[in-house]
Design a protein around this ligand. Sequence first.
Ligand SMILES: [Mg+2]
Length: 389
Amino acid sequence: MRIVDIRESTVPLASGMRNAKIDFRAMTASAVVIVSDLRRDGRNLVGLAFDSIGRYGHGGLLRERFIPRLLAAAPDDYADRFGTNIDPFKVWDIVMRGEKPGGHGERSGAVGLIDAAIWDLVAKIEEKPLWRVLADRFRGGSVETRVPAYASGGHYRPDGDLAALADEIRRSRELGYRRVKIKIGGAPLSEDLRRIETVLDAVGSGDDLAVDCNGTFSREQAIRYVTALEPYKLAWIEEPVEPLDYELHRELRAMMATPLATGENIFSAPDLRNLLRHAGLHREHDLLQMDVSLSYGIVEYLAMLALVEEHGWSRRRCLPHAGHLLSFHVVAGLGLGGHESAPDANSIFGGYPEGMSVADGFVSLPDAVGVGIERKSNLYAVFRDLVAT
Ligand SMILES: [Mg+2]
């Protein structure tokens, strides 16, 4: 089994959405295709991966370092012990050759794309959905038939008003979600409180609403917000402050009853160790949102889960960032707490492929082999030319 080509392209995702920190007009993402020499149905079997959204594409790093390293490796270097499939752990070691420890920066997202495409290929070679491969390898086959998911949205929009926000939330509920998350911190507190109350009118309970501050607040602003939000008894407050200021997390944690969620900008197991050691988070109460794809992929995420459990947390406290399909398979296959879903199936990174359904806040498991990108037509359109080249 040989990897014969790796292709990538940068996909523009221009949109008028905005959170407290960035707008998405110039946003891009990378699509990656790994081509094997195995033939199925008259074509080479391929592994596909699509970026997590929010940190731009990773084309430069892929082209200059990570793709050439993997293409230069001998097939025996990445073969599994039976010689019939690829070993994702060996691939990880190959692409990370020559990389210094620490300073993870953007390379963790580039490596995460290679890792994701490899796992898609591995599952296709086994002719199983990726969730099944992960459950079989790492959980003794155990899996629940329905995966909890919440609808992530409520961005600030150029034409945004409260009626449009309420409409978006109602649409999410009609699609079958119960819990929703909206952005805050990009408007004055009084306006954000109106947004929160508008959504609470639609969902009925604070437990069905989470808010995401995207790391925007100073210490003083965070204290003001956290204090003002306490009476609403929200599901969680996400990234109130700079994600690497653990001392400030500790201070806020001590004054909050509402659960604190963070981790989507922690990109490695060593960084997670620091978060668990120093940020004062409560293992019974708080939530960890490391992004599988931006954190070097599933190989590193497994190391993160081991750390989570070593520190006495349940993996059910993990709600990985990002609404993409890879993350869904990891949540389902590794028994995590739930999937962050971008409910709008019209966006290439939103919704679920054909054959998956949402009801009462849970998503059904797909039966397509691999990650199933081929079954989501607007997302697969991004890959069509890359696959055909
Ligand atoms: Mg977030």
